[in-house]
Design a protein around this ligand. Structure first.
Ligand SMILES: [Zn+2]
Length: 278
């Protein structure tokens, strides 16, 4: 379906202040988020421009409204905007009507700024309620990027799975929504950012080893597949991590047949080829 041996998608969750506003965080936490639009995004856009890499940006509505220059710079770079909540909500804690309202508001905000409806959705924290992806599909999205049940292969999201300690598991049926799988090991945040229960602040060599391992394995074993990397400007934008991202891009370039694409581009090609995992 695709002459590329492996496609790499660099994706950025542009959370900025959204989560801190909702939580009512202290000033230092806000300042950590502000590093994203203030320092991280310009650095990332300079690198992507220099390398001629189109990328996908999942942007909460609060970031769209608060940092319009950052969003305009992303659009000017030829990148894709996709939905990531409004105040970085945890959808697993919300009622269906609340989730629907956030999705509708976020879609409208991206349409206003870009002139087109977003194609993609990623749940903040990758947190989903049992009904969330059904609501995402009903809202008209082409794809979601919040599940881990595959790695290099897209698949159609199944709705209506039932799990019971009495009756076991009954699987639901596949819908139209395409899934772009993700994983914690391919996310900058869990290894680099301190949090309760983990140290964070890992040496970038540790992350580079994981990402290069996934790259090499996909290149060898998943021809035509997609490797999706999740990053956050306030995290990857630090100098030592930007240097690592440059090394990762160089490792991709060193393998024949590796290309970089926006998620919507890859998803469209996958659907045009019949929507199978081939
Ligand atoms: Zn996020």
């Amino acid at each position: 379906m695709h002459q590329a041996r492996l496609t790499v998608a660099l994706t950025f969750d542009h959370d900025a202040l959204s989560d801190s506003v909702r939580r009512g965080d202290a000033p230092v936490k806000f300042s950590h988020g502000e590093f994203g639009p203030r320092v991280g995004v310009p650095r990332i856009l300079e690198l992507l421009g220099r390398e001629e890499i189109p990328a996908t940006w999942f942007v909460p509505g609060h970031t769209l409204a608060t940092f319009p220059e950052s969003i305009q710079a992303i659009l000017a770079g030829g990148h894709e905007l996709a939905v990531h909540g409004w105040y970085h909500e945890d959808f697993s804690l919300l009622l269906a009507d609340e989730q629907r309202a956030i999705l509708d508001r976020a879609v409208a905000a991206i349409r206003d700024v870009s002139g087109a409806a977003p194609r993609g959705h990623r749940a903040p924290y990758w947190a989903l309620g049992p009904d969330t992806l059904g609501l995402v599909e009903a809202a008209g999205f082409a794809y979601d990027s919040s599940l881990m049940s595959d790695d290099y292969r897209l698949f159609r999201v199944r709705h209506g799975d039932r799990h019971s300690t009495e009756d076991g598991t009954t699987f639901g049926t596949e819908g139209r929504l395409v899934q772009v799988p993700i994983y914690w090991g391919l996310d900058d945040w869990p290894i680099f950012e301190p949090a309760p229960g983990r140290d964070g602040l890992a040496a970038p060599s540790r992350v580079l080893e994981i990402w290069e391992g996934e790259l090499r394995y996909g290149w060898e074993h998943a021809a035509g597949g997609l490797l999706t990397i999740t990053m956050h400007p306030e995290c990857i934008g630090r100098g030592h991590r930007m240097a690592m991202l440059e090394r990762f891009i160089a490792a991709c370039r060193a393998l024949p047949g590796v290309v970089f694409e926006r998620l919507d581009t890859y998803v469209d090609r996958w659907m045009a080829a019949g929507g199978s995992s081939g």
